[in-house]
Design a protein around this ligand. Structure first.
Ligand SMILES: CC(C)(COP(=O)(O)OP(=O)(O)OC[C@H]1O[C@@H](n2cnc3c(N)ncnc32)[C@H](O)[C@@H]1OP(=O)(O)O)[C@@H](O)C(=O)NCCC(=O)NCCS
Length: 171
């Protein structure tokens, strides 16, 4: 089931982030694996704003989550993470589809995100979901700000891309 995140979920989301981060060691991105998870204040901000969703197991405990910022009349996916024991079951895709439904209901026109271009479960995964790379000349001021902020956090040490997918008209 997918539902909005609640304050009681937030520590579980941090734990999921730490576990999922371990996968980056296999591609030499140990520094990403070692990164702290989003802090509780930031997570609470997304939850209070109604821009954090969780996928839950049979006892309503989160097994994955997605965080969204509203920028440029679009929904920017700041984070999407699935518990490694639940990966490759379509949960990431379902969370992104839930965000698209929400974006459509808000009249937003696009989904955007930034990601590592060469990590198999990052840019190639989003490409399979219909996202395409947005070349730098097409970045908005907000996207530039996000890329610069991420670079200042050390993410720019590996190739990254901005990707975009249109919000479709829906059913
Ligand atoms: C990226 C992520 C959210 C995908 O979620 P998911 O629920 O596993 O993905 P889905 O089930 O919707 O799609 C599965 C597809 O993802 C890709 N994928 C997922 N894990 C992968 C891995 N370890 N290696 C290669 N591709 C992978 C494949 O394309 C896979 O399709 P396949 O199983 O047919 O090969 C999840 O792998 C994750 O949390 N990763 C760690 C955190 C992260 O990188 N977040 C994104 C930051 S931009």
């Amino acid at each position: 089931m997918i539902r909005k995140a609640r304050p009681g979920d937030l520590e579980t989301l941090q734990a999921i982030e730490v576990l999922a981060g371990e996968a980056f060691r296999a591609v030499g991105l140990d520094a990403i694996a070692d990164d702290d998870p989003p802090n509780l204040n930031d997570l609470r901000g997304y939850a209070v704003a109604g821009r954090a969703w969780v996928a839950t197991d049979s006892v309503d405990s989160p097994i994955a989550y997605i965080l969204v910022d509203e920028i440029d009349q679009g929904a920017h996916i700041a984070q999407v993470t699935v518990h490694p024991q639940r990966s490759r079951q379509g949960i990431g895709k379902a969370l992104i589809e839930e965000v698209e439904r929400w974006a459509r209901s808000c009249g937003l026109q696009a989904l955007t995100l930034t990601t590592f271009s060469e990590v198999p479960w990052n840019a190639p995964y989003y490409a399979r979901l219909g996202f395409t790379e947005l070349p730098e000349p097409q970045w908005t001021e907000d996207l530039h700000r996000i890329v610069e902020m991420e670079a200042s956090q050390g993410l720019g040490a590996w190739p990254r891309v901005v990707m975009r997918r249109n919000v479709t008209a829906g059913e």
